[in-house]
Design a protein around this ligand. Structure first.
Ligand code: C5P
Length: 299
C-alpha cells in the first residue's frame, strides 16, 4: 500500500500591511497583520521515484511545476535537514487565487512541509518547521499557524493575535497576477524622497479583531502597498468602487494584489456583494469566505 498524506491550508488577507523603508537586504520591515480566510488549497504527498509536482483546479495552468514551486522547495529543504531523498509526488489541489496577494504559493509551501514531515515522520518540532517556513518566504510561517497574527521583521516573526468573532469577506479575483517584488519596487518608487515611518501595528485594529467588531475593523483596515498596486494596475480602482457601491463596509487590495478584499456585515451581504462584483465586469471571479481559519492541518 502506498501511504500518502494530505494537508489543507488556508489563504490569507492582510488586514493591516504597514511597510517601512527598504532594508540593506532589499526586504522591507513590516507590521503585517495576517488573517487566515476560509479558501483552501490541499497538498497531497505520496512516495515516488523522484520529486514531481502536479496541480489541479481552474487556474492550475498558471502554477509553476518546477523547482521554483514553494511546495517542491519545502520538500527539498526538509529532506536536506534529515538526510532523506525528496522523492515524492506533490499534488496541489488549487483553490486559492494564483499570484493574487492571498499567499497561495506560501500556503502550498507550508502544506507540503507539514505533509512531508508527517510522511517521513521526522519528529520536527513546531519551531523547526517554522524556521524552514521563514527560509522559504516571508508569508510561509503564517500559512502554517493560521488564525490571525502580527508579522514583524519581513513578516516572518509572528505573534498570534486573538480573534473574538467571525468576519465575512468577498474576494474579487483579477485577470492575471501581480509580481510581489514589482509591487514593493513601485512602493519604493512612489515613496522615494519621503520619510517612510517605522511600521507599527494599529492598536484600534487589534482591538477590533479581539472584539470581533466588524464595523471598527472596517474603519481600521489599511494596506501601504495599495497605492503601488493601483499604480501598476489602475483598473483595480473600479473593482474597489464596485464592491463599496454594492454595500461592502470596506474595500482594500489584498497584500500586493491584484485580488481585492471586501469586508461585509454577514453572509447574506457577502453573496449580494459577490453577485454585484461579478455583474460589474470589473473582475474575473468573486469568492466569499469567512475568517479566521485554522492553519495548515493534516486531513
Ligand atoms: O519573502 P518572499 O520571497 O515572499 O518575498 C518576495 C519578494 O517580496 C521579495 O523578494 C521582496 O522583493 C519583497 N518583499 C519585501 N519585503 C518583505 C517581504 C517581501 O520587499 N517584507
Amino acid at each position: 500500500m502506498t501511504h500518502s498524506v494530505t494537508v489543507r491550508v488556508p489563504a490569507k488577507v492582510n488586514v493591516q500591511l504597514a511597510v517601512g523603508a527598504p532594508r540593506p537586504d532589499g526586504f522591507h520591515d513590516l507590521a503585517n497583520v495576517f488573517l487566515a480566510v476560509g479558501l483552501y488549497d490541499e497538498v497531497t504527498v505520496t512516495p515516488a521515484d523522484e520529486l514531481r509536482v502536479t496541480c489541479s483546479g481552474p487556474d492550475a495552468a498558471q502554477v509553476p511545476l518546477d523547482a521554483t514551486n514553494l511546495a517542491a522547495r519545502a520538500a527539498i529543504a526538509l529532506a536536506g535537514r534529515h538526510g532523506i531523498a525528496p522523492d515524492v509526488h506533490l499534488h496541489i489541489a488549487k483553490d486559492i487565487p494564483v499570484a493574487g496577494g492571498m499567499a497561495g504559493g506560501s500556503a502550498d509551501g507550508a502544506a507540503a512541509l507539514l505533509a512531508c514531515d508527517a510522511l517521513w515522520n521526522t519528529g520536527s518540532s513546531r519551531d523547526e518547521l517554522l524556521a524552514i517556513c521563514a527560509e522559504l518566504g516571508s508569508d510561509v510561517p503564517f500559512s502554517l499557524i493560521g488564525g490571525a497574527a502580527l508579522g514583524t521583521g519581513r513578516g516572518e516573526q509572528l505573534t498570534p493575535v486573538e480573534v473574538g468573532g467571525a468576519f465575512h469577506w468577498v474576494f474579487a479575483v483579477a485577470d492575471g497576477g501581480l509580481s510581489t517584488p514589482a509591487v514593493y519596487g513601485e512602493f519604493d518608487r512612489l515613496t522615494a524622497g519621503t520619510r517612510v515611518p517605522e511600521p507599527a501595528a494599529s492598536p484600534v485594529l487589534l482591538a477590533a479583531l479581539r472584539a470581533g467588531n466588524t464595523a471598527v475593523l472596517a474603519d481600521s483596515l489599511s494596506n501601504d502597498l495599495q497605492a503601488a498596486a493601483l499604480s501598476l494596475r489602475p483598473s483595480l480602482a473600479g473593482t474597489l468602487a464596485a464592491g463599496t457601491t454594492a454595500g461592502a463596509l470596506a474595500a482594500l487590495v489584498s497584500g500586493s494584489g491584484p485580488t481585492t478584499a471586501f469586508l461585509v456585515a454577514d453572509a447574506e451581504s457577502a453573496h449580494k456583494v459577490a453577485d454585484a462584483l461579478l455583474t460589474s465586469g470589473t473582475c474575473r471571479n468573486a469568492r466569499t469566505a469567512v475568517s479566521p481559519a485554522p492553519g495548515a492541518t493534516v486531513v
